[in-house]
Structures are given as C-alpha cells and as structure tokens.
Design a protein around this ligand. Structure first.
Ligand code: SF4
Length: 365
C-alpha cells in the first residue's frame, strides 16, 4: 500500500462568475521514501490539490479520496488534520517569509512547533533539537543563529530554516510547494541537495510541486503533469523526459533552455491556459495543441495507459503505440504533420481507446 493514495480528487469554488473547477479528477500515489513531482503552469491546480489534501483549502466543494497511511483526509475533522499536519506531513512553501513570523526568533518558532505537538518535550530539549536541525540543513553556527530573526537570514538560508522546521517532527511526507522558485540557481541547487540528503537519511517521501522541469529532473522518481486542473500525463521521470506521450509535456520540454548548447532555440507553447470557469469542450489543451484534430475538440480524452507501460498514462487521443507516436513527432518536426494528418502520406494506424484501429484519415479533420 502506498503512503498516500489520492483518487478522483475534485475541488471546486463558487465565484461570482461561476463555478471554478480548480482540480478535476486527480489521482496519484506516493510511496514511502520516494519523490513525486507535480508539474504544471500557474493555475494548473497543483498547489490547490495538495492544500486540499492537508485541509488548508477553505470554501471549496471537495470530493474524492486521499488516504494517508490508512487515514482518510478528505472530510476528516480539523483536529485530525491538525494532528497530521506538521507531525506526519511537513510543508515547505515558496516564500519562507510568509510562513516564518517576522517578530520571533527562528529557534523559538521551531521550539514552539515541536512543543505544540508534544507538550511532554521540555523547552530545553526542543531548543537543542532546533539547533541540531539548523545544523543538519547547513546553517553555519547554528547554535548562535538560533537566536536570530528571519530577516537576518538570506533567502536560501530562510528556506533551509523552513526545511528544518518542516522536518522538526520527523514527518513521513514532506510537501514542498515551489521550494526553490524564489532562489537563484546556485542556492536552489544547495536547497535541493539538503532535501535529498534529508530524504536519504530519514526515508521521507516528498511531493514536489514545481513548474521547473530542471528541478523535476534533479529530484523526482515519478512525475504527474497537470494542466487546467487535471493530470495530462503520469510517468517515471526518465520516461517522461525521454519517451513522453502528451503534447503538453512535449511542449514543456521544448520550452526548456538548451542543455549544453544542443538546442538552438526555445519553442514556446503558444496561447494561454483556458479559464477554469469555462473550459473548452473536449481536450482542455486542444486550443494550444499542434496535433489537435476533430475528436480532440469534442471528446475529453481519459487518462489511459500508453506505450504498453503500466506505469505510464496520458490523457490524449494520439496513438498509444510508441513508434506511431514518434512518427507523428518527427512529422511535426519536419513540418509534415498536416500532410500526414490530411492523409496525403501513408496512413498511420493506431488503436482507439476501445482497442480498434484508426487511420490517419480518421485522425485528420
Ligand atoms: Fe492534443 Fe488532441 Fe492530444 Fe489534446 S487529445 S493533447 S488536443 S492531440
């Protein structure tokens, strides 16, 4: 059994303009000691999903299930969620200043955090633990810096303090929401290495929420790509980078800066994400998708197994056979996609969701 099993999670908000469907049927598992990256653009629902699981979303209509180590979190009482948050699920956010109180010394805040969950721990013992934790995350002179205020730390050091605080109660799961977005590249690498070291040492599972595929490549075991509130693709990290299926994933990777000068120019994903109040019919990515055809605009593709790989799912109508998907990819690269889709070249056969075969003529308008 996985540590966290999320099934068909749906989160909706009533707004003056209508119902905003922030998360639409999200499912994923997180295994003990592993890292799941949830990646997507701003507004894709990745943060709302994890905040909902930990009971931090207010005023939302929530359905579905999130079983954490045998306890159902959706619909759990505030007491149960308070007991789990911090103690069993640690959290790190993008901006440490919004989580650290500016008026209190960082050591005092870590001590309070420890004692709030266990009054049996003396203040002295909690203080010793706080100093230990600051040293573990690489704060120099931790013993004296424990009495510094948040503003006396640099951005990277504040993020380390947040990690120390999140790890204070030895959580089995750490949710890190854009933990390095506000940091420059070298400090980002240091913070990620601290997280990795802690994970190795304590066996903590991590959910890493990010829009940065560089961070995903560095840290994750498995990846869920979200778009418009739903999962578009789910795969182990290497599969996602080297044998992805969904055009949105392909677009995200195409927007990455050149690695070692291999790619000459960036290829941005044209257009903007749809409104979550007024989603287009069919595939939500269709208005921006270079592969879109008629069916995409009328039927919503379900998340289904692709490339015969039980660990790889994609919500896309493109061929599920690797060679056929690759043929479309190279046709697009050569500017031949429209011709193939129009059936001018050799027809491509592909299985439909029902397993029947479909030709390129059926794919095309
Ligand atoms: Fe593109 Fe169609 Fe796949 Fe959506 S279903 S990602 S529009 S090819």
């Amino acid at each position: 059994m996985s540590l966290l099993e999320v099934r068909d999670l749906r989160v909706a908000f009533n707004t003056p303009d209508g119902v905003l469907e922030a998360v639409r049927g999200l499912s994923f598992d997180v295994d003990r000691g592993s890292t799941l990256a949830i990646v997507g653009e701003s507004g894709s629902g990745k943060s709302v999903a994890t905040q909902t699981i930990t009971g931090l979303t207010t005023g939302a209509r929530v359905t579905g299930s999130a079983r954490f180590d045998g306890t159902e979190l959706i619909g759990a009482s505030p007491e149960v969620l308070r007991g789990i948050r911090g103690a069993r699920i640690g959290m790190i956010f993008q901006d440490p200043l919004s989580s650290l109180h500016p008026y209190y010394k960082v050591g005092w805040q870590i001590v309070e955090m420890i004692r709030a969950h266990d009054r049996g721990v003396s203040t002295d013992a909690a203080r010793r633990r706080a100093a230990e934790l600051l040293a573990v995350v690489g704060i120099p002179h931790a013993q004296s810096r424990i009495d510094d205020y948040p503003h006396q730390f640099s951005g990277g050091m504040r993020q380390r303090v947040m990690i120390a605080m999140a790890m204070a109660l030895d959580p089995v799961l750490l949710i890190a929401d854009e933990p390095t977005t506000a940091l420059d590249v070298t400090v980002q690498a240091q913070v990620l290495s601290v997280m990795r070291r802690l994970q190795e040492e304590f066996g903590t599972a991590i959910i890493l929420i990010t829009h940065d595929l560089g961070v995903v490549a560095e840290m994750s075991d498995e990846v869920v790509v979200m778009y418009a509130g739903a999962a578009m693709e789910r795969a182990p990290r290497r599969t996602l980078f080297y044998a992805n299926h969904h055009p949105y994933t392909e677009g995200l990777l195409g927007s990455l800066p050149a690695q070692g000068g291999v790619r000459a120019r960036l290829t941005p994903i044209l257009g903007v994400p749809p409104s979550l109040i007024d989603l287009p019919q069919g595939c939500p990515f269709a208005p921006r998708c270079p592969y879109a055809f008629d069916r995409c605009r009328s039927e919503t593709p379900p998340l289904r197994r692709v490339f015969d790989d039980p660990d790889h799912d994609s919500a896309c109508w493109l061929p599920t056979v690797l060679s056929e998907r690759e043929a479309l990819r190279s046709a697009r690269a050569q500017g031949d996609l429209e011709r193939i889709q129009a059936g001018a070249a050799e027809p491509l056969s592909r299985p439909t969701t029902e397993g029947a075969s479909m030709t390129a003529d059926e794919v095309s308008p």
